[in-house]
Design a protein around this ligand. Structure first.
Ligand SMILES: Nc1nc2c(ncn2[C@@H]2O[C@H](COP(=O)(O)OP(=O)(O)OP(=O)(O)O)[C@@H](O)[C@H]2O)c(=O)[nH]1
Ligand SMILES: [Mg+2]
Length: 135
């Protein structure tokens, strides 16, 4: 008897960060490979093209809302994440400060101890300035 192939579990990447730091634009750019002009505040879960990765692992990217009312949902998503991408805007230094004053403590508070923070600039800055490789 032929067995049904088990669907491979998608890797969940949750994108979080302050309002207007480009979370939704980043996801659309990654999924569609072009920079969007009009972006809705929160995107539905977005599957990245499988041929983006050599091993064709399904990757689901989860956008998050910046509004305070959605903090509970954000926490839920962060807890379910396999990886978290934190965003900040290079032209707004306060959003970079917020990574260390809010976002990283928030990830710690949720006990996401095995989580890697994978934003490219963040990894470089943390390695240079704060010596954090993961939280
Ligand atoms: N210059 C520049 N602008 C960007 C970049 N990414 C996003 N933007 C602009 O920044 C603004 C906010 O982008 P969004 O993608 O809506 O940011 P967001 O974090 O999803 O915002 P909220 O959902 O409101 O929290 C938009 O006008 C984008 O066009 C970027 O890499 N460079
Ligand atoms: Mg958004």
């Amino acid at each position: 008897m032929a067995t049904k192939p088990t669907p491979e579990k998608a890797v969940r990447i949750v994108v979080a960060g302050d309002r207007g730091t480009g979370k939704s634009s980043l996801i659309i750019t990654a999924a569609a490979e072009n920079f969007p002009t009009n972006v809705p505040p929160v995107l539905p879960p977005t599957r990245l093209p499988e041929d983006m990765f050599p091993d064709r692992v399904p990757v689901m990217v989860i956008d998050t809302s910046s509004s305070l009312e959605n903090r509970g949902k954000l926490a839920e998503e962060l807890k379910k994440a396999d990886a978290v991408v934190l965003t900040y805007a290079c032209d707004q230094p306060s959003t970079l400060d917020r990574l260390s004053t809010f976002w990283l403590p928030e990830l710690r508070r949720l006990e996401l101890v095995a989580m890697n923070v994978v934003t490219r600039d963040l990894v470089i800055r943390l390695n240079r300035q704060r010596h954090w490789h993961s939280v």
